[in-house]
Design a protein around this ligand. Structure first.
Ligand code: ZN
Length: 411
């Protein structure tokens, strides 16, 4: 669930459309039995369906914002119900649908591809996912497009429209071709996530994924087993689509779950990619890289960490990584100013301890975890985030002038 307010300015009054939705979410959150829960859930799904057929997310966002501030459990229920309704449009008589995302972590010193996929590769990926990730009952329709995060549908209503379009194709057993010409330009990063998107149709009551399907000896495969197999079988095929990239495949799943998990995984992946990049591009041994970790705050909550990389004793930042807080992490990260000596629990370390452990694991020896908070600042010219250096100054990341690599820019 997106446990994060979108915009806390309009918390006061609910519109006449938002009010019944908020009430229903509260009733669901406070239900005292499965019987009651089921009743409210059904009512909530029925109320959400027509809203998601509209063009605007206003009512949904307003209700979420209101509940975030007034009734957290109801907020959680509503966010979950919206995501479920978006991903699984009720179109089929005897088949259920799920909007599927197949996340791929990639890093490359060249551009990471996105956009149109050749027909033959769409067919090959469809077959591979069916064989190694989905149950034998699932029918899959993939789009002919490799999505970057900023090409995914931005709103709930846009995602719902895509799910309906793909869902109908899955039910009709036809292919989907989407317009790949007029998509937003994608920003170029050293490491990033790409997604294959599709819909699966499965007869009601049947398992959708391999890990739900009973094996001949009555046992179940774990998700790890399925992921291992998918990595082995899928990597080579995806490499054809993304030449020059180092890839790591993640577990395909429903859109929202898969995207959240991918965003989480992408953070550590990007730290590892950065260390490898600096080592090879600047010819600097990892032990000479300095990493400075700072907490960036908005509206009194830690929004993200940023890691600035510098070389030896130079204060210049040559590269940086943003580490956003995601899902339940948001709002639960102790403030470094007030809780300097926080004892993190072994099973649930605070994020900055996790980042520190990761940097050490990568081989970086000089790590400064700064005990201060920074404002979310960006470069006014190019919009790129500013990163802290070891002295706690916010800097623009600039590769040294003599390195002729993408990402080196001056202004
Ligand atoms: Zn700039």
């Amino acid at each position: 669930m997106r446990r994060k307010p979108l915009n806390t300015t309009s918390r006061s009054k609910l519109t006449k459309y938002a009010k019944p939705l908020a009430n229903l979410a509260v009733l669901l959150a406070e239900s005292g039995s499965r019987l009651e829960r089921r009743y409210w859930k059904k009512r909530l799904f029925a109320m959400l369906a027509p809203i998601l057929e509209g063009r605007s997310d206003t009512t949904l966002n307003q209700t979420l914002e209101y509940l975030y501030g007034t009734h957290y459990k109801a907020y959680d229920e509503l966010a979950f119900a919206i995501e479920n309704t978006v991903e699984s449009p009720s179109l089929g008589e005897s088949e259920d649908l799920l909007l599927l995302a197949v996340p791929i972590l990639a890093w490359s010193t060249y551009n990471i591809p996105s956009g149109k996929i050749e027909e033959s590769l769409v067919a090959e990926f469809t077959q591979l996912i069916k064989s190694h990730v989905l149950s034998e009952h699932s029918h899959l329709v993939l789009t002919n497009m490799l999505f970057s995060p900023d090409q995914l549908p931005e709103s709930y209503t846009a995602a719902a429209e895509l799910a309906r379009q793909l869902g109908q194709a899955a039910l009709d057993r036809v292919l989907v071709r989407i317009d790949t010409e007029n998509l937003p330009e994608t920003q170029s990063f050293l490491s990033d996530v790409r997604y294959l998107i599709g819909v699966i149709a499965v007869p009601t009551g049947q398992p959708a994924f391999k890990w739900q399907e009973e094996q001949s000896n009555g046992s179940l495969l774990s998700k790890e087993d399925v992921l291992d197999k998918w990595r082995t079988m899928g990597s080579q095929a995806l490499q054809k689509l993304m030449p020059g990239c180092l890839l790591e495949l993640l577990l395909p799943n429903g859109l929202y779950n898969a995207c959240r998990e991918a965003e989480k995984e992408a953070r550590a992946y990007s730290v590892r990619a950065s260390a490898a990049f600096l080592e090879s591009a600047l010819d600097v041994p990892v032990k000479d890289i300095h990493a400075s970790v700072g907490a960036f705050v908005e509206r009194g909550e830690i929004e993200e960490y940023r890691i600035g990389f510098s070389i030896e004793d130079s204060p210049e930042i040559v590269h940086g990584v943003v580490w956003p807080l995601i899902g339940e992490e948001y709002g639960n990260e102790p403030d470094p100013v007030y809780e300097k000596d926080i004892q993190s629990e072994p099973d649930n370390p605070v994020i900055r301890s996790k980042i520190e452990a990761l940097l050490k694991d990568v081989g970086i020896r000089h790590i400064a975890v700064l005990e201060e908070r920074f404002p979310l600042e960006y470069c006014e010219d190019c919009g790129s985030p500013l990163y802290p250096n070891p002295e706690g100054e916010l800097m623009h990341a600039e590769l040294p002038e003599d390195s002729e690599l993408p990402g080196a820019h001056l202004h």
